[in-house]
Design a protein around this ligand. Sequence first.
Ligand code: F6R
Ligand code: MG
Ligand code: MG
Length: 372
Amino acid sequence: MATLSIIKADTGGWVGHSAVHPEQLATAKVRAEEAVSEGLLMDAHVASCGDDLALVMSHRLGPDHPDVHGFAYRVFQETTAVAQRLGLYGAGQDLLSDAFSGNLRGMGPGYAELELEERPSEPVLCFLADKTEPGAWNLPLYKMFADPFNTAGLVIDSKMHAGFVFEVFDLYEEKRIEFRCSEESYDLLMYIGAPARYVIHSVTSRALGITAAATSTQRLSLIAGKYVGKDDPVMIVRAQSGLPAVGEILEPFTLAHTVAGCMRGSHHAPLMPVAADQAHPSRFDGPPRVVALGFQLHEGMLGMPRDLFADPSFDTARSTANTVMDYLRRHGPFEPHRLPLEDLEYTTMHDLEAVLARRWQPIPGAKKAAGV
Ligand code: F6R
Ligand code: MG
Ligand code: MG
């Protein structure tokens, strides 16, 4: 069995929150090569999306392994030191603790891990997003694995016709549930249509009995109890031979669907699919970006990634994202561009309420005014 792990963190931005500095990437690459030569990892690829540094790793240690998680944490501590030395912005932003204790749960970095028995040929897509949250994967995952208007294979491939099981996490109450699709797809949609709370954690093929997709599901803001940056998500999706084809996996991103994130983690904005060298959200700290790296996993080796959104057929999606961004931006501080109060990452509302409490008066004729 091999395990694919994508572990990512924002350890400091160049400039502001828009990119990872080349020196941080170089430091991570050196450490990744050492970990491969020492035998901890079978292979590793260092990538970035916006201000998030991602380690894409293959190994034989299984998910949640302290050696793999500990290695990633040490890399992030080193890239934080680089950020401190260069005066980068928000150095160590996602590292919530100085001491690593067993695994990364609740420690800040995000991770998606998928254990697999390698098929004779194993195409795997790794998605990295910046300026958004894990629920951003809900809509594309639904389309890939449950919508026949997106995925032709659901209708015409007998292995896919049996459908997929979606595992959903309730991030507020820390509980999980499974929905068997297609027959429970309406139930599934009732939950995952609220992506701030309900997040698809994994998808399993009913015919093949294998995990086809895994996402990162941490909510940094909830972990830390205060705003410390968006928990920009990552995702692993296996392709072909009874799973959606590469093109069916990429197709949902032609929508540039609206996600939460962008400026101050507090706005709705379109998710723009981009080539890796365009993954630098600068306009209004957005629009949020997604990068897709395709690997042809072979005997545990990742090999070279293909940059799958570096394709002119996503130009219309990018243009749509710009049009939607122009339209939403004109709403300024109004919803639905700004998130509803309960989902705001930063808010002065609490302080404002304290200051204004005495100035609220009952509306004449009203039986009762809240807080008066
Ligand atoms: C969004 C994000 C940025 C910052 C914004 C303000 O996820 O990281 O949009 O929220 O640039 O940053 P501070 O408060 O650090 O000045
Ligand atoms: Mg940042
Ligand atoms: Mg980020």
